[in-house]
Design a protein around this ligand. Structure first.
Ligand SMILES: NC(=O)c1ccc[n+]([C@@H]2O[C@H](COP(=O)([O-])OP(=O)(O)OC[C@H]3O[C@@H](n4cnc5c(N)ncnc54)[C@H](OP(=O)(O)O)[C@@H]3O)[C@@H](O)[C@H]2O)c1
Length: 310
């Protein structure tokens, strides 16, 4: 069985495909034959060593990967063997044992059924990005007819947050990347072009004169977007360390994603019926993982870069 190992912190070339015996099933766990996993910003930052302070127990070589999309090899509660599944692997809870491997051993409660008809690369874009978006929206407390500002709406998490908030009946003002305004508008959001935080805040104020009820800052713009929120509103950052200090009784929080199979099943169902969309920028086989990480680092993505394990 092949897996992707990082032998050191550093540039993409620290990644190596290695051969090992397939893992055995452990009591209470199940095996998944992996088909696809997106490369997420956290994979890049972990590999670079940017999160080393948070990972004192991480041993080399280690395996990256938050997204699970593949075929169940063992029976799990409510999921027969051979089911197509997706799941979020809580990497920070077991650092180094990620999903970038042909076969992984995981907790069955992380897994949700994947409807037929969703291609594997697309499935690989769902777990981390969509669950983070859904869990960030919870923290915003946004309700129908309220207005949410989403930064980074051209990115995976921001695009999911935009769509899920619109599905709840909220109004969404979304900051789109240059050249991607049409896609973000097609989701149903009112688009604000990417620019300096002050320019974005001024554009938002022209649309929502009194301010927005909540901000989800998926782009990590930070405190300079706080002025867009009404007094007592909510501001949710893409991570706890990125959360700015509160002002004017604004509730400030940082999202920390966690597995939620029931919610992921609903997300996958919506993707299967076309009511929720996700984008794949490029697909790389596992043996081209170095090139895949290089592609992510070059930026300008309009969808996820996805590793496949077939
Ligand atoms: N806390 C958690 O559990 C968790 C989980 C998943 C993700 N995250 C975080 O959530 C964030 C988004 O993740 P993602 O997967 O959606 O990443 P992504 O697909 O790379 O999207 C990020 C988007 O933000 C845009 N952006 C960056 N700077 C911007 C700015 N100043 N103004 C407007 N847009 C800007 C980028 O646009 P360009 O292409 O134009 O640069 C890109 O479209 C990342 O910081 C990630 O680490 C957190």
């Amino acid at each position: 069985m092949r897996q992707l190992h990082a032998t050191h912190y550093g540039p993409p070339r620290v990644l190596h495909v290695t051969e090992t015996d397939p893992p055995e099933q452990k009591e209470g766990s199940v095996r998944v034959r992996m088909a696809a996993a997106a490369i997420n910003p956290a994979d890049i930052r972990i590999r670079q060593g940017a999160l080393a302070d948070r990972l004192p127990t991480l041993a080399f070589p280690f395996r990256l990967g938050f997204d699970i999309a593949g075929t169940l090899l063992d029976e799990a509660p409510g999921l027969p063997a051979a089911s197509r599944v997706v799941g979020l692997l809580p990497w920070f809870a077991r650092p180094g044992f990620g999903s970038n491997s042909e076969v992984i051993v995981v907790e069955p409660e992380w897994l949700a059924p994947l409807p037929d008809g969703i291609a594997w690369p697309l499935a690989g874009t769902l777990p981390l990005s969509a669950l983070t978006a859904a869990q960030a929206l919870d923290l915003t407390h946004i309700e129908a007819d309220q207005t949410l500002l989403v930064s980074g709406a051209s990115g995976a998490v921001g695009a999911f947050a935009t769509q899920l908030a619109l599905a709840k009946g909220a109004n969404v003002i979304a900051v789109a990347s240059t050249g991607d305004e049409e896609f973000v508008a097609s989701l149903g959001a009112t688009v604000v072009p990417r620019g300096d935080a002050e320019v974005v805040a001024a554009a938002v104020q022209r649309i929502a004169r009194e301010g927005v009820d909540a901000v989800f800052d998926a782009a990590g713009i930070g405190s300079r977007l706080l002025c867009s929120v009404v007094d007592g509103g909510s501001f949710v950052a893409a991570s706890a360390p990125a959360a700015p200090a509160s002002e004017r009784n604004v509730r400030v929080a940082g999202v920390q994603s966690h597995p939620d199979a029931e919610r992921l099943a609903e997300i996958a169902r919506l993707v299967g019926t076309g009511r929720l969309v996700s984008r794949v920028e490029q697909v790389f086989p596992l043996e081209d993982a170095v090139a895949a990480h290089e592609r992510v680092e070059r930026g300008g993505l309009r969808g996820k870069v996805v590793l496949t394990f077939g």
